[in-house]
Design a protein around this ligand. Sequence first.
Ligand SMILES: C[C@@]1(CC(=O)O)c2cc3[nH]c(cc4nc(cc5[nH]c(cc(n2)[C@H]1CCC(=O)O)[C@@](C)(CC(=O)O)[C@@H]5CCC(=O)O)C(CC(=O)O)=C4CCC(=O)O)c(CCC(=O)O)c3CC(=O)O
Ligand SMILES: NC(=O)C1=CN([C@@H]2O[C@H](COP(=O)(O)OP(=O)(O)OC[C@H]3O[C@@H](n4cnc5c(N)ncnc54)[C@H](O)[C@@H]3O)[C@@H](O)[C@H]2O)C=CC1
Length: 204
Amino acid sequence: MYPISLNLRGTPVLVVGGGRVALRKVQNLLREGAKITVVAPKTLPELMSLAQSGQIKLYLREFQEEDLSGPKLVFAATDNSELNKRIANLCQRLGIWVNVADNPEESNFIVPAVWRRGGWEIAVGTSGLSPLAARLLKEELSWLIDPAWDDYLKFWGELRKALKESNIEKNRREEILKEVAKIYDYRKFCREKPSVKLILEKFK
Ligand SMILES: C[C@@]1(CC(=O)O)c2cc3[nH]c(cc4nc(cc5[nH]c(cc(n2)[C@H]1CCC(=O)O)[C@@](C)(CC(=O)O)[C@@H]5CCC(=O)O)C(CC(=O)O)=C4CCC(=O)O)c(CCC(=O)O)c3CC(=O)O
Ligand SMILES: NC(=O)C1=CN([C@@H]2O[C@H](COP(=O)(O)OP(=O)(O)OC[C@H]3O[C@@H](n4cnc5c(N)ncnc54)[C@H](O)[C@@H]3O)[C@@H](O)[C@H]2O)C=CC1
């Protein structure tokens, strides 16, 4: 499984099924600004209200082949594994990437458990071995990773931006970043909390 971060803003995504699994996928997709259509004869009330507030499009009926004209990604999340398999086959034929809720083998992609804070994104995957274990490690990370890592990321982000906006040439900018990284590992950064301004003056 090759991990990538997809930009789904405005991208049409189809979710087939309206249960617990479909709802979780929809909630995470909404956060990324995907254009979501849900097809299911019966759905959870949460999906109904998302449709009522115009955040998703909802068709209260069974899946039909025509639903596959349009979406770039499909989530087959019904409780009918034969149907999920059929959707997967249709998607393969059409070249649409599909996630099959009850079958990682038939999926083009699977979804990791994601931990986010202060700009960090850590995706935990088990190649489908145990999604529950993926969630448990994700939860553990919230304890393991000190909030000072957020300041560290902020520092690097600001330094990178300042260098980009400076008139220092590209190769030298990269060199500077590597030199600073050698000096300021996480521990030294925490002790000294250097300012970006100071670093820039020192390395120019
Ligand atoms: C292959 C994959 C495909 C995909 O859905 O993309 C898949 C498949 C299956 N999940 C099953 C069960 C559960 N999945 C969860 C939860 C999550 N499942 C997610 C991902 C994935 N699930 C992909 C693999 C990722 C990887 O491992 O690398 C997470 C991480 C991300 C997300 O869905 O958003 C999200 C946690 C998010 C979070 O909390 O952060 C829970 C609840 C829990 O853990 O509390 C249970 C019940 C407990 C258990 O069984 O473990 C079953 C058996 C169904 C059955 O028995 O009927 C299958 C099918 C099978 O394995 O065949
Ligand atoms: N990938 C994951 O993270 C997980 C996957 N699963 C698997 O996912 C599947 C779905 O789980 P839940 O959401 O809990 O099930 P659920 O029973 O709550 O929901 C199933 C949904 O599928 C819909 N459906 C049934 N026939 C349909 C059709 N012909 N067209 C469109 N929609 C149809 C139903 O109306 C319902 O909304 C299960 O088969 C389970 O094995 C379960 C837990 C986690």
